[in-house]
Design a protein around this ligand. Structure first.
Ligand SMILES: [Zn+2]
Ligand SMILES: [Zn+2]
Length: 282
């Protein structure tokens, strides 16, 4: 699988000279399978340039599978500007966390309808279908996908993508240490563990410093120390720090990488700060 980062900022877009190296767009990751599958993880503002890129391909794909972790606006706000949704040629499958309150399309339409957006979700030209992420693994082309609920306010899932013996875990917006000592807990009690276990690449929320977390317990995000402990317990190969706080500039993200490595003492190149435009083979 080939992974490309189109947006790695958390909470709200943060463009500007202080964030130019790691980028200001909110969550959006492109995954290309070995058999032409196009999977998109979340539809933050990074979905706009990704959509342009997909439609600009010499032979554009006719099918895109969009896997939404949850419906907080930083993960959804790019959908209206995602070019494939405006193409009648396109088959767009949108997957997301089940909810007992309302269907996935109803919840997306809360944002994707007037007065917040000029067009209603039911009126877009693409052939869009909505799917609750199943409890059991399913396949998209040659990629096996698993989804499991993770600790974050509101219905939220993480995803595990497996293909040809390689594993990508996408676990963002995640507070695994809430009510849990990550060093002492049995693995079955650690939120997100099964998704991340022995992944070749884990993309994980890295929103707070240790000091910031102390004032944000229960907000749904981890500290650098929790990310280090989670990566260690889940025995991942590589970790990509993701969902950067909008107040964290490039230099601070470099410093936070050092803090993660002090709690997860591995070869430094196994810990990566997600950057817009970065491509990585899994
Ligand atoms: Zn978020
Ligand atoms: Zn969130």
């Amino acid at each position: 699988m080939q992974v490309r980062i189109w947006g790695c900022r958390g909470s709200i877009a943060a463009p500007g000279p202080e964030t130019i190296r790691y980028g200001g767009n909110t969550s959006c990751v492109e995954v290309r399978g070995d058999h032409g599958e196009v999977i998109v993880l979340d539809a933050g503002t990074g979905a706009r340039p990704l959509g342009e890129s997909l439609m600009g391909d010499a032979d554009p794909t006719r099918r895109v599978d969009l896997l939404l972790t949850h419906l907080h606006v930083d993960h959804l706000e790019g959908l209206g500007m995602f070019a494939p949704i405006w193409s009648p040629e396109m088959e767009l499958h949108i997957w997301g966390p089940p909810s007992p309150i309302a269907s996935l399309d109803e919840r997306i339409a809360t944002y994707f309808s007037p007065p917040l957006f000029p067009v209603h979700l039911t009126e877009v030209p693409a052939r869009v279908s909505f799917h609750d992420a199943p409890r059991e693994p399913w396949t998209i082309g040659s990629i096996e996908v698993s989804a499991q609920p993770i600790l974050h306010p509101g219905a939220t899932v993480g995803y595990r993508l497996e293909s040809d013996g390689r594993t990508l875990a996408y676990v963002t917006d995640h507070e695994p240490a809430l009510g849990t000592d990550l060093d002492a807990a049995g693995t079955s009690w650690i939120s997100g563990y099964a998704l991340a276990h022995r992944a070749d690449l884990l993309i994980h929320d890295c929103q707070y410093t240790v000091e910031e977390y102390a004032a944000h317990v229960g907000w749904g995000h981890p500290s650098v120390a929790h990310v280090a402990a989670f990566a260690r317990r889940a025995e991942v190969d590589r970790l990509m720090m993701f969902h950067h706080h909008p107040d964290h500039d490039d230099d601070q993200l470099d410093a936070m990488r050092g803090e993660v490595l002090s709690g997860w003492p591995v070869e430094p190149d196994r810990c990566i700060v997600a950057a817009e435009g970065a491509e990585i083979d899994v």
